[in-house]
Design a protein around this ligand. Structure first.
Ligand code: ZN
Length: 344
């Protein structure tokens, strides 16, 4: 039997769905918990702290496409309180011995060596941090190592891409002055900046400002599936030139050429997006970013325990060495380059 390939995953929403105790012990449904991670070889991943909008944002489906109503900005204070509780849940998971908080690459390697699930603390949308950025210092001290300036809705830092299919990602204005300052301070603190959910203007501002490799933690290729959330070939080129990566996401509506939210989507769809990014910018810039517990994923994968089936599908297109890079090595390289550039 082949030894299990370690996997680093770029994005999950498990903290939004279940308590620390449920994630530690396993739960009856959902995509990710500690037993499922162990069964699938999921070694470490980026755990999102996300504050939902109180308004519903279900997509409006029409012939040949869909559109998500863009939620208004969150009321002041709502995200700060919710995000603290969600991040507290991750620290509780660590106290239970179920995960190890990953603050640097030595932590990541120790998770792989010890068989403990590694968790990178991530803010998906920076509303919990005010435009003065003072709270960022405390979040960093609490282990924050990855941050997306925006989710879909606008905030003090920028404008998320409006969810549409088919659509270009060019859906509005770029980063605000506070957004630019947040990028600069995250560079100084060695916090990864996530380009997934940024619209095209915001992506360009991030690329022009950030000194770190450009990373989209959970996105797919627009050339294969024209959702606004996917990356155009020009965006892929910028990511490749920066030494960054794309975490190919398993969200079926972003994988499919018809944009449908259909769980009957084969694993070859994920392989095709990985192959497109590899052909365009090189396999060193291809990685994984599931969106476990955040969206509909292929039924053929099921949950984190199904990862070996995805790796087998990748092996039909990529060499064993390339699958190692996609599953683990590329994430490790980019996280190391980003985190070790810290200047205090
Ligand atoms: Zn997301």
């Amino acid at each position: 039997m082949r030894p299990m390939q370690p996997v680093f995953d770029g994005h999950n929403d498990a903290l939004l769905r279940a308590t620390a105790e449920e994630i530690a012990a396993g739960r009856p449904d959902g995509h990710l918990d500690v037993p499922r991670a162990r069964a699938g070889g999921l070694t470490a991943g980026i755990f999102a702290v996300f504050t939902p909008s109180p308004e519903r944002h279900d997509p409006i489906i029409s012939d040949g496409g869909w559109e998500e109503p863009l939620p208004p900005p969150l009321a002041p204070g709502v995200a700060a309180e919710h995000a603290l509780r969600t991040a507290g849940r991750l620290h509780r998971l660590e106290q239970l011995g179920a995960v190890r908080l990953v603050r640097d690459v030595a932590d990541l390697d120790s998770c792989a060596a010890d068989g403990v699930l590694g968790a990178v603390l991530h803010l998906e949308g920076a509303e919990a941090i005010g435009a003065d950025l003072e709270a960022l210092e405390l979040w960093c001290a609490a282990g924050l190592r990855s941050l997306g300036l925006v989710w879909s809705r606008p905030n003090a830092f920028g404008h998320g891409v409006a969810g549409r299919f088919p659509s270009s990602p060019d859906t509005g204005d770029g980063l605000t002055p506070a957004g630019t300052r947040l990028v600069e301070r995250c560079n100084e603190l060695g916090i990864l900046l996530d380009a997934s959910h940024l619209n095209l203007a915001g992506f360009r501002d991030l690329a022009a400002t950030s000194r770190a490799p450009l990373v989209a933690t959970h996105s797919c290729a627009h050339a294969l599936a024209p959702a606004s959330r996917n990356l155009t070939d020009d965006q892929l080129d910028a990511i490749g030139a920066s030494g960054g990566l794309v975490g190919i996401t398993y969200v079926v509506a972003f994988l499919r050429a018809d944009g449908r939210d259909d769980p009957d989507t084969p694993l070859t769809a994920i392989v095709a997006h990985a192959a497109h990014v590899a052909e365009r910018i090189g396999v060193d810039h291809v990685a994984l970013g599931s969106d476990f517990d955040g969206a509909t994923i292929p039924a053929a994968l099921g949950d984190a325990a199904g990862l070996p089936r995805l790796l087998d599908a990748l092996r039909t297109e990529f060499s064993a060495d390339d699958v190692e890079r996609i599953a683990w090595g590329n994430w490790r390289r980019v996280l190391d380059a980003t985190w070790s550039a810290k200047r205090g």
